[in-house]
Design a protein around this ligand. Structure first.
Ligand code: IPD
Ligand code: CA
Ligand code: CA
Length: 296
């Protein structure tokens, strides 16, 4: 990968202020502004189409894709490439664009497709920018509640212009957790269900809402205390992981190692619960290590 041009390097403190009152350099402000604009436009398209009849196809046995997923991805790709023609994009529906630029956008045009297709109003647009392998900008927009979460590295996490923060819950017994299940869960049903059973028994409650990017943002703003999922893809985790980290949360894989967007398992928490969550996962590590999620 060629060296990063100076203009692409995000700075922790910059020289211009934003609507949020935080300081940010001009280039980062532009990345954020283009991402936010694209997320809002895609969100508007999703809002208009919700409840109407739209085409739904199968990508797999239970994995749906609607014409709205593809239309939103096309809209977002167009907006990003118009502003930053040399950048790379990895989108759920369009795959990766080539090139070796240090800036890579990770796009989930409609996170929560099953919910959307069913008329269950929990879905979002997720757009993240990774620079030289580190998340630099993240935007997650929920068109139903008109809630827009965003973060830039070193600049805190925000929802609709207000700062957000994780909870200070320390005990699993007092925690509200969230999880999700991948479309290929039938490849390792016991692993998914055993983890679920253990956390249902240990926590105050467990929810399964069906949109990974929003699940992460809900931990970031204190609506949940922790989130685990096995079988995720980079576009599910990218933007939300930065938002959670900037809200004071902690991220790792199931073994407590640095989270990799290319890995399939993610533990996200308010930080204080992280050791207890890892402890809960530990008995399942032998099954995880021999599962399809670690073999490839
Ligand atoms: C899915 C959702 C779901 C999660 C799955 C994801 P999609 O994304 O985020 O909550 O459990 O693992 O694939 O297909 O709706 O974009
Ligand atoms: Ca997704
Ligand atoms: Ca999606």
């Amino acid at each position: 990968m060629p060296p990063l041009p100076a203009r692409d390097l995000p700075r922790r403190r910059g020289d211009s202020s934003t609507r949020t009152g935080r300081l940010m350099d001009e280039q980062t402000e532009r990345y954020l502004s283009v991402a936010r604009q694209a997320a809002l436009q895609a969100g508007e398209l999703i809002r208009r189409k919700a409840g109407t009849s739209f085409q739904v196809d199968h990508k797999g046995r239970i994995n749906l894709v609607t014409e709205v997923d593809t239309a939103c991805e096309a809209l977002i790709r167009h907006a990003l490439l118009e502003a930053f023609p040399e950048h790379r994009i990895l989108g759920e529906e369009g795959g990766p664009t080539g090139g070796s630029h240090a800036c890579r956008w990770l796009v989930d045009p409609l996170d929560g497709t099953t919910n959307f297709a069913q008329g269950y109003p929990f879905y979002a647009v997720s757009i993240g920018l990774e620079i030289a392998g580190e998340m630099a900008v993240g935007v997650v927009h929920d068109p139903t509640r008109q809630e827009t979460f965003h973060a830039v590295r070193g600049g805190g996490a925000w929802m609709n212009g207000q700062p957000i923060r994780v909870t200070d819950c320390e005990k699993l017994q007092q925690a509200l957790l969230v999880t999700g299940f991948p479309y290929d869960l039938s490849l390792a049903p016991d692993l998914h269900l055993d983890l679920f059973r253990d956390f249902v028994l240990a926590a105050r409650g467990v929810r399964r809402d069906g949109a990974a990017a929003l699940d992460l943002c809900y931990v970031a703003c204190g609506r949940f205390d922790a989130y685990w999922e096995l079988g995720l893809s980079p576009w599910d985790m990218a933007a939300g992981s930065l938002i959670l980290r900037e809200a004071g949360g902690m991220l790792s894989d199931f073994e407590g190692r640095v989270l990799s967007l290319e890995g399939r398992d993610m533990l996200a928490s308010n930080g204080r619960l992280h050791p207890a969550m890892l402890e809960g996962i530990r008995p399942h590590l032998p099954a995880l290590r021999t599962s399809c999620y670690r073999k490839s």
